[in-house]
Design a protein around this ligand. Structure first.
Ligand code: 5AD
Length: 497
């Protein structure tokens, strides 16, 4: 049986696409190789959202040229956003590449590999499925499957993007917005939950612009028929909450502030399944820059919308994405971004230096903020956000939190006072490491902990007496090392998107 290996770059959407490539390859009779060296087919699932993606791919392919030369029948596949963006050109520029496959063409991958195996030429397949959008899902885990499904899972609700943010390549690499019928979304979540999944993250490039293509959702409370920013996302959240009562947590990423409408705020206020944390990319705190970025909201609108959310759900935390050094960004513009970070009080922040991307409207603008200034602004931004996070985490010491245990602590393995150490996330998404529960099997459980210490980016915790009394003991010799249902994808440079 031919063996394959997949390396993933970029966002959760790419991680999800890699899982679908695992599925289609395994269904076609391939098995996963232990390492690239043992693989017959190597897939690079690429990301082009920031900085020199094409050069990075070129050097990666250069490095793999030797791997290819070792055996004539080895196959190199480039998938993901660089594949979609460059298509056939990649085959001409890098002779080591055999197959280029776009995100919408994943089901065709085994067929393309088959053609190649019987002497076909290198081929690029990068066609958007505009007429009949396909949303690939894992074959539903059976309720009695062993190992059980992973505690957390991603479920795609839409793909593509109709925004035209001037810095962003996504509309080019992922095409226009296409939505998945709500019946399918609910069915996938119900099957996951029946097999043991506790938390689902709804995925989409602008996830809260969701509309049901079948028109099957009733209008959500608070939804306005004549607000152009209204969507059916709140209605979708309500339907999932009502139809899958066993789901413990329902997250989503990444939303656009434009669609943070009163109906979505009301859903957060009324649905306990929505955790008290939202990642809401703002990109800049300066109206002048927001206009040039074509974000379609002002700073005041962002503040008012997120404030409404926090007022509706006391204790809700926000995290965000910010770009520094966008063309024309002055020191005053950047100061406005810093002041917004303080004003909103973000508890998490992904910061990026602006980089010119092909096919984006901002290419017309000169990239005039010097590299050194971008670096210095990014450092100041992180200083601000780290201080906010540190204050937030230390304020939690001594409190009680509900943690969904996602696995054994990766960094510290068997360390910790009582043997193995478990880790998971609180309802607000803070990472919590649980000390002294090595003899217990906590995987997939929502447990009550008290916070004992704040680390730089996480919390240290221990089980409360009640949680300890209720927990299952670990089976001897079993279970602890298995991460049920979770394949070990080599995720490179995964960042919140
Ligand atoms: N330059 C820098 N950062 C970018 N992002 C998207 N495009 C660019 C670009 N051209 C960032 C945005 C987005 C995150 C996923 O990546 O902050 O929210």
């Amino acid at each position: 049986m031919p063996r394959y290996s997949i390396t993933t770059f970029g966002c959760q959407m790419n991680v999800h696409d890699s899982e679908r490539m695992h599925d289609v390859l395994r269904c076609a009779g391939y098995t996963e190789a232990g390492s690239a060296d043992e693989a017959d087919v190597l897939v690079l699932n690429t990301c082009s959202v920031r900085e020199k993606a094409e050069q990075k791919l070129r050097s990666e392919v250069g490095r793999l040229a030797r791997w290819k030369r070792e055996r004539a029948d080895r196959v190199l596949v480039v998938a993901g956003c660089v594949a979609q963006q460059e298509g056939e050109r990649l085959l001409k520029q890098m002779r080591a590449i055999d197959v280029v496959v776009g995100p919408d063409n994943i089901p065709e991958l085994p067929g393309l590999l088959g053609d190649l195996a019987i002497g076909g030429l290198p081929i690029a397949r990068t066609v958007f499925d505009l007429d009949a959008p396909r949303f690939l899902v894992a074959s539903p885990p059976s309720p009695s499957s062993s190992p059980r499904a992973a505690p957390t899972a991603f479920v795609t609700v839409m793909k593509g993007c109709d925004e035209r943010c001037s810095f962003c390549i996504v509309p080019h690499t992922r095409g226009p917005e296409r939505y998945r019928p709500s019946d399918e979304i609910v069915a996938e979540i119900a099957a996951l939950v029946a097999a043991g999944t506790r938390e689902v993250t709804l995925l989409g490039q602008t996830v809260n612009s969701y509309r049901d293509p079948l028109g099957a959702l009733p209008r959500a409370p608070g939804a306005s028929a004549d607000d152009p920013d209204e969507s059916e996302f709140a209605a979708l959240l309500r339907r999932v909450a009502a139809d899958v009562p066993g789901l413990a947590r329902l997250r989503y990423t990444s939303p656009h502030p434009r669609h943070l409408t009163p109906s979505l705020v009301l859903a957060h206020a009324e649905l306990p399944v929505l955790p008290r944390h939202v990642h809401m990319p703002v990109q800049s705190g300066s109206d002048r820059v927001l206009r040039r970025m074509i974000r379609r909201y002002t700073r005041a609108e962002y503040v008012a919308r997120t404030r409404a959310l926090v007022e509706a759900v006391p204790g809700l935390t926000l995290s965000t994405d910010i770009i520094v050094g966008f063309p024309g960004e002055t020191e005053d513009d950047f100061a406005a971004t810093l002041s917004l970070v303080r004003e909103v009080g973000f508890k998490g922040l992904f910061g990026f230096k602006y980089s010119r991307r092909p096919h984006t409207p901002a290419l017309k603008l000169p990239d005039d903020v010097p590299e050194g200034v971008k670096g210095e602004r990014l450092a100041r931004l992180f200083e601000e956000s780290e201080a906010l996070l540190a204050a937030h985490l230390s304020a939690l010491v001594g409190t009680t939190q509900q943690v969904l245990v996602e696995g054994r602590d990766k960094e510290r393995g068997h360390g910790g006072a009582g043997g193995a150490l478990w880790s998971g996330r609180t309802g607000r998404h803070e990472i919590a490491h649980i000390d002294g529960a090595g003899e217990l099997d906590l995987l997939g459980e929502v447990v009550e902990v008290s916070i004992t210490r704040a680390n730089k980016h996480s919390l240290q915790a221990e089980l409360t007496e009640a949680a300890r009394a209720a927990a299952r003991p670990r089976q001897r010799g079993g279970g602890l090392d298995a991460r049920p249902g979770r394949r070990s994808l080599p995720v490179v440079a995964a960042e919140g998107g």
